[in-house]
Design a protein around this ligand. Sequence first.
Ligand code: ATR
Length: 270
Amino acid sequence: MSSKAFIIGSPIEHSLSPKLHNYWLREHGLTGSYEAINVPPEYLAKTVRALPGKGYVGGNVTIPHKEKVMMLCDDIDQTALAVGAVNTLKFEHGKIKGYNTDVHGFTENLRSGGADFSVIKSALVLGAGGAARAVIVACMKNNIRVAVTNRTFERAEKLGKEYGAEIYNWDEKEKHLGEFQLLVNTTSLGMKNQPPLEIDLSNLGAEAVVNDIVYNPIETPLLKTARALGLETVDGLGMLLHQAVDGFEMWFGKKPEVTEALRKYILDFL
Ligand code: ATR
């Protein structure tokens, strides 16, 4: 029997997930399918409840539904509860189960990008949106102390309280850089058609790793600056690729691999 999976979001036309999952389906010679479905917010509940009856085994959830979909789940795993967002659904025995694979995706991307977790004791997270939450949970799982800085201080403060993270003023972030072995940009700055992230990295230690979760362009202005200073950099594409591994395995029964060939294939769509 061939399994059917989906990604729901709005807008969804530019999602790379169908390319990614269909690549793996072809690679494994599976007859299943993975398709993008545009679901406006007002149709979320109705659509999610109808999907199991249409033969879907599960799928991904993206902007703007990652938080709201939690209300529709019968079970939510610990990681998704910690983040406060579900990006992966599995329909099983008449139940809707919710997971968050962004946390694993972030960790695996850093690991495969060469980051040494035994050296990283503390991380500075730039931004305080949904992506920051997954990054903070991933750091905490790896025993990395986290500090957060955000343009809107109140949002950083909220995360600080929730996760026990230190908080810094956005305007003073450079001053503290020397305390961190990992710097992660979770803001939209540096993304195609967005202003660059302007930050002076000269206070970072020589051993620091700089990661941008923005992957379009693949080398953001932040990564370019970091590379020019001789710092280790990890781009954001691997997070997208690695977060998809667990979902694919859940729905299609095979654990796929994140390879250089897959990375090259997806890069062509950016
Ligand atoms: P996501 O869920 O993808 O993380 P989000 O909740 O919209 O998205 O968060 C976007 C992040 O980028 C926020 O931290 C936002 O800062 P604010 O909380 O102050 O809005 C940050 N961001 C967006 N544009 C920015 C800019 N021009 N300067 C600084 N930070 C910016």
